[in-house]
Structure formats: structure tokens, C-alpha cells
Write a protein that binds this ligand. Structure first.
Ligand SMILES: NC(=O)c1ccc[n+]([C@@H]2O[C@H](COP(=O)([O-])OP(=O)(O)OC[C@H]3O[C@@H](n4cnc5c(N)ncnc54)[C@H](OP(=O)(O)O)[C@@H]3O)[C@@H](O)[C@H]2O)c1
Length: 238
């Protein structure tokens, strides 16, 4: 059983580190919704997709990879074609390089009504900046291509190592997310909490351009500032 304490006061939320049990009193008090295990298709079985999929599988979610060559795929998590994985899932996770995102979405077929978690970052090949000019974010670009999907931008602002372990001492790493569909954002936030993150709602999907720039800052610190990959951002509150 998985419960996400969405919108709880911090005092209550701190009792559910790693998205674990929240007391019945807290649920009754705050009107939280109990969400059962989810059927998830992860498109792209690389660093991000692989880490997320393994984390959710450990938590009891029903996860499958959507990959280009299922027969070559090894590992415990089932891999099928992108189209088959997406067709049978309620949550689809886009974890391909930005350049491959359009092809992967096309390959997935209709995503109408499904939650689409966009983890991609539209980066220039040398990681020096964002590849999209103008105001449109990658997240909004994905939404235009995945007609009818409920896109949530999430899992793009920190390194995949932090997705494997988002807990530093007693602190959970912040996972910012944004989107235009409340129900989809609740699912996304629960999935982040299931991995151990502290999910923080950044607003509508138009905030994706800020999340993508924020990702650049993490990359800049990791590479140019030589901080490595073992650091993360945390929103702190009074
Ligand atoms: N690395 C990070 O720490 C990190 C953190 C946050 C966000 N991101 C973003 O997350 C995305 C994935 O990054 P990553 O580091 O996981 O990349 P990666 O390790 O290179 O993995 C990318 C995966 O995408 C698959 N792929 C490529 N084209 C595809 C297509 N047309 N259809 C289906 N699958 C396809 C590749 O499969 P094949 O084996 O078939 O090539 C590969 O498994 C990127 O947009 C990146 O900017 C990365």
C-alpha cells in the first residue's frame, strides 16, 4: 500500500520519509487520497529510465520498459516495444535523449488521457545551454506532440544517482514538478515520494522552462564547477 501525503503540513509530512506509511489520523485530517500501485511504461532504459524503473519496481509498481530492441534487453524488468509498453500503461515516462523524444512519442502511439512524465532536458550537445530558442520549454513541446496526454515535467532537475538515493542524512532531496493537470501531478508527486524525494509543485506546465534552466545549473555545478554528482538541491521552509 502506498500513500502520498500531498499538501500536508511539514510536521505531518516528515513522518512519511520515503513516501512510506502515513497514519490514518493524518489521512483523515488532511483528506489525502490513497493511491494504489501504478502501471508504468518507462521509455528509454538508460541512466534515468533504468534508475526510475528499478526504484518503482522495488516499491511494488508494475513497470515495463519501452525500448527499440526488446530482444537485446537484459535485466529483471520486462522490456517490450515502445508502442506495447505505452498502450498498456496508465503512466508513461519519457526518459530518452531530447533529440529522440519526438520519435519516441510518435512510436508510443496515442497517449491521450495518460499521464506523461517528461524527464528530458532539451540540452545542446555540449551541455552549454538549452537547445530550444524562444519561450517554449521542452515540456510544452512534448505536450504539443503528445496530444491529449497529461504532461508533467519531473525528474529532470537532478542527476540519476540522486534518483537512486535521494536521501542525504535526514533530508530528502527536492523534486520540482509542474503540469496543467492536478490528478496527473498528484500521481507524479507520489511516484517521486515513493523514491524518497520531497516533491514540490512548481505550478503549471509553463514553469517547465524554469525547471529546464534549473537542470542546467545542476549540470554546470556538477561538470564546470567540478562538484561531481553527489549533491542536490533542497527547498527549505519555515
Ligand atoms: N543523466 C542524468 O543524470 C539525467 C538527469 C535528469 C534528466 N536527464 C535527461 O533524461 C533523458 C535521458 O537521459 P539518460 O542519461 O538516461 O540517457 P541515456 O543513459 O543515454 O539513455 C537514453 C535511453 O533512451 C533510449 N532511446 C534513444 N532513442 C530512443 C527512441 N527513439 N525510442 C526509445 N528509446 C530511445 C536509449 O535506448 P537505446 O539503447 O535504444 O539507444 C537509452 O536507453 C535526457 O533527456 C536527459 O537530458 C538526465
Amino acid at each position: 500500500m502506498r500513500i502520498f501525503a500531498y499538501g500536508t503540513p511539514r510536521s505531518v509530512r516528515s513522518t512519511c520519509l520515503n513516501g512510506q506509511l502515513v497514519s490514518g489520523i493524518a489521512m483523515a485530517h488532511t483528506g489525502f487520497r490513497k493511491v494504489t500501485d501504478m502501471k508504468i511504461a518507462v521509455i528509454g532504459a538508460g541512466s534515468v529510465g533504468g534508475t526510475l524503473a528499478r526504484g518503482w519496481a522495488k516499491k511494488g509498481h508494475d513497470v515495463a520498459f519501452g525500448v527499440r530492441s526488446p530482444s537485446k534487453h537484459k535485466g529483471d524488468i520486462q522490456a517490450v516495444s515502445v508502442a506495447d509498453a505505452a498502450a498498456s500503461a496508465e503512466i508513461v515516462v519519457l526518459a530518452t535523449p531530447w533529440e529522440a523524444a519526438s520519435d519516441a512519442i510518435r512510436e508510443a502511439g496515442s497517449l491521450a488521457g495518460k499521464v506523461l512524465l517528461d524527464c528530458t532536458n532539451p540540452l545542446k550537445p555540449d551541455l552549454s545551454g538549452l537547445a530550444l530558442s524562444g519561450d517554449e520549454s521542452g515540456g510544452e513541446h512534448v505536450q504539443r506532440q503528445a496530444s491529449g496526454a497529461k504532461v508533467v515535467k519531473i525528474f529532470n532537475t537532478t542527476g540519476f544517482d540522486n534518483m537512486a538515493n535521494p536521501v542525504y542524512g535526514n533530508e530528502r532531496v527536492t523534486m520540482l514538478y509542474c503540469g496543467d493537470h492536478t490528478d496527473a501531478k498528484q500521481r507524479a508527486a507520489q511516484l517521486a515520494a515513493d523514491l524518497g524525494f520531497d516533491p514540490v509543485d512548481a505550478g503549471s506546465l509553463s514553469a517547465a522552462r524554469m525547471l529546464e534552466s534549473f537542470a542546467l545549473l545542476w549540470i554546470h555545478l556538477a561538470i564546470q564547477q567540478k562538484m561531481g554528482r553527489d549533491f542536490a538541491f533542497k527547498v527549505i521552509r519555515r
